[in-house]
Design a protein around this ligand. Structure first.
Ligand code: SF4
Length: 389
């Protein structure tokens, strides 16, 4: 099995905290889509005939693409890889792009081009329901628009909806975060992702922080916010299946879960990453260069397309980093199978202080899993477990 990720690099306006690759040059949408179709066809061999099970449109803002562009991409995927095995199609969207007509036309396009009965799943960037904070971080929607967008999706028969929330925003109070959680829960969506704001260097929000125009929330507050998040969602029936992801039973995101289980994926578009089980490849984030490429095979290892074959130690580090973030944790048995007995013993040795201090648990079936205390300091634990060479 395999996945396809398509990076849609357009944003109507840049949010103040974001350092993802995207551009406001929306006049380049048509040549971009043609290049995406060319890349899909020319890089078919990358997936080694593995059946494609998941398709993910991320961004940027995929909802800036008109339905006809989606249909062109769906049709190319159908002709190149087949759509019979696809069991999850996700489209990231901004609330103010969602209209009844747009959703309906995309559904019709997918029905025409898909041979699977897989419904479309939408992942919506809401971040907060506080209009002042939305304005401060540069989002272009309001809380009301976010709620209306979920309503519009529901009316169109879409039930697989995920919402992204963000906490630790400048001067955010417990009351604001509690209200965000309540309002997210009241939407009744089956999947919620929640991320702590991070001030990425050189973003406008980072500059505002440097200039003293905004204040970062204190660490104790960040911890409290995370505890509130977990408590609220768990008590409402959500499973905390990955550090930043919660889902009602049966609604975990398949595509993203595959990133944590070494399933191969082909990343298409400027800034997209691919993985075939042993090597990583990625395109530079440069839309103009991307649409000028004629041959997506001979661009290998050029200044635009990079290939990196990881060493066994690097693959072990990555395995630890991705698996420890999940509720299933790291299996000692699988570690031994993939990286050898000595590496498994090393892992267990390095995990001991964290087990003793209740940051990690060793389960009866031999898995190292983060405790609630461990989740709060997960980055440090992951680094401690990394290979020593
Ligand atoms: S957060 Fe999303 S919508 Fe905002 S600039 Fe970044 S990619 Fe675009």
């Amino acid at each position: 099995m395999a996945g396809i990720y398509i990076h849609v690099p357009f944003c109507k306006r840049r949010c103040r905290y974001c350092d993802f690759y995207s551009t406001t040059m929306e006049e380049l949408r048509a040549p971009y889509v043609h290049a995406v179709c060319d890349e899909l066809v020319q890089r078919k061999a990358f997936l080694n005939n593995e059946p494609v099970e998941t398709l993910y449109f991320g961004g940027g803002t995929p909802s800036r693409l008109q339905p006809a562009f989606f249909e062109e991409i769906f049709s190319t995927i159908k002709d190149t890889f087949g759509t019979e095995k696809i069991r999850e199609l996700t489209i990231e969207a901004n609330p103010d792009d969602i209209s009844e007509k747009w959703v309906q036309e995309i559904q019709e396009a997918w029905e025409r081009q898909s041979s699977s009965a897989c419904p479309i799943r939408f992942s919506m960037g809401i971040q907060t329901f506080d209009d002042n904070l939305l304005t401060l971080i540069g989002r272009r929607h309001t809380a009301l628009q976010a709620k209306q967008a979920v309503e519009t999706l529901r009316k169109a028969g879409i039930s697989e909806i995920s919402t992204d929330l963000m906490y630790g925003l400048p001067d955010e109070t417990e009351e604001i975060w509690e209200s965000d959680l309540e309002q997210a829960l009241s939407l009744g969506v089956p999947h919620i992702s929640a991320y702590h704001l991070s001030y990425e260097k050189s973003t406008p929000l980072w500059r505002m922080l440097q200039q003293g125009n905004i204040r970062e929330v204190e660490e104790e507050k960040s911890i409290l916010f995370f505890q509130m998040l977990r408590q609220k969602l768990l008590s409402n029936g959500y499973e905390h299946y990955e550090i930043s992801n919660f889902a009602l039973p049966g609604h975990q995101a398949i595509h993203n879960s595959h990133y944590w289980s070494n399933v191969p994926y082909l990343g298409i578009g400027p800034g997209a990453h691919s993985f075939d089980g042993t090597k990583r490849e990625w395109n530079e984030g440069d839309l103009r260069k991307y649409i000028s490429i004629k041959d997506f095979v001979t661009y290998d290892n050029s200044s635009f397309h990079h290939i990196e074959v990881s060493s066994l130690s690097e693959r072990y580090d990555e395995y630890i980093m991705t698996h420890l973030r999940t509720a299933k944790g790291v299996s000692l048995h699988e570690t031994e199978h993939l990286f050898g007995n000595a590496r498994k013993d090393y892992l267990l040795k390095m995990a001991q202080p964290h087990i003793a201090d209740n940051r990690l648990t060793l389960t009866d079936d031999g898995r190292l899993v983060l405790t609630e205390k461990g989740i709060l300091v997960s980055d440090g634990i992951i680094v401690d477990l990394f290979a020593d060479e």
